[in-house]
Design a binder for this molecule. Structure first.
Ligand SMILES: CC(C)(COP(=O)(O)OP(=O)(O)OC[C@H]1O[C@@H](n2cnc3c(N)ncnc32)[C@H](O)[C@@H]1OP(=O)(O)O)[C@@H](O)C(=O)NCCC(=O)NCCS
Length: 171
């Protein structure tokens, strides 16, 4: 299902056909370092992740992490969207791209589309973001979107503290 488009990109629901891409992305060293190890090691694991994490969120909340593709050249290059965590009162914006697609502004462009969708279509009152202390490119991106640093937060007891950013909807 189509969600939104930007100048160069489209965002859509994930499907079981994205399993190979998800398997690759979730095992990228940058994903493991800055987001975490989701334990996805096989195509079957990836299909499970798509069903239980991605599609489940679309059904439960009406949003989730969506698949990002370029209009010029179809095929998944990253994920970007909204995550509802038990530990946070409002959804946070999340993104991860295959390294070969970094440095072209795709993450920012898709995240800006997601921010607009969150505020204008879903009419969410507040948008959050969480990043590792040392995830400089992600922190820069979140601040470029207009979110402001709020405080440090631990999402669970055994996890290191993360930076929490927030943006209040106007009006
Ligand atoms: C975080 C992540 C998505 C950032 O990717 P990215 O490609 O570096 O991010 P951007 O889209 O902001 O692009 C950055 C650069 O592209 C360049 N660029 C090139 N063409 C551009 C264009 N048309 N428009 C905008 N920027 C462009 C800019 O120079 C920009 O750098 P700057 O912000 O220093 O000016 C990526 O590093 C990643 O997937 N990391 C692993 C997962 C992760 O950490 N996720 C976040 C968890 S909170």
């Amino acid at each position: 299902m189509f969600i939104l488009e930007t100048d160069r990109l489209t965002l859509r629901h994930a499907s079981p056909d994205d399993a190979a891409f998800i398997l690759l992305l979730l095992n990228e060293p940058s994903f493991l370092k800055f987001i975490g190890d989701r334990g996805v090691r096989t195509l079957d694991d990836a299909r499970g992740y798509i069903a239980n994490r991605l599609i489940d969120s679309y059904e439960r909340h009406g949003y989730g992490l969506w698949i990002v593709e370029r209009k010029q050249e179809p095929g998944p290059i990253g994920i970007c969207g909204l995550v509802k965590r038990d530990a946070l009162p409002d959804p946070d914006i999340g993104f991860a791209f295959l390294p070969e697609f970094w440095g072209a502004g795709y993450a920012y462009e898709s995240a800006l589309g997601v921010k607009r969708h969150a505020l204008e279509v879903l009419r969410l009152p507040r948008l959050l973001a969480v990043t590792n202390e040392d995830n400089a490119s992600s922190i820069r991106l979140v601040e470029k979107l207009g979110l402001e640093f709020a405080r440090m937060i631990a999402l669970s007891k055994d996890q290191p503290e993360l930076r929490l950013f927030a943006l209040e909807a106007r009006g």
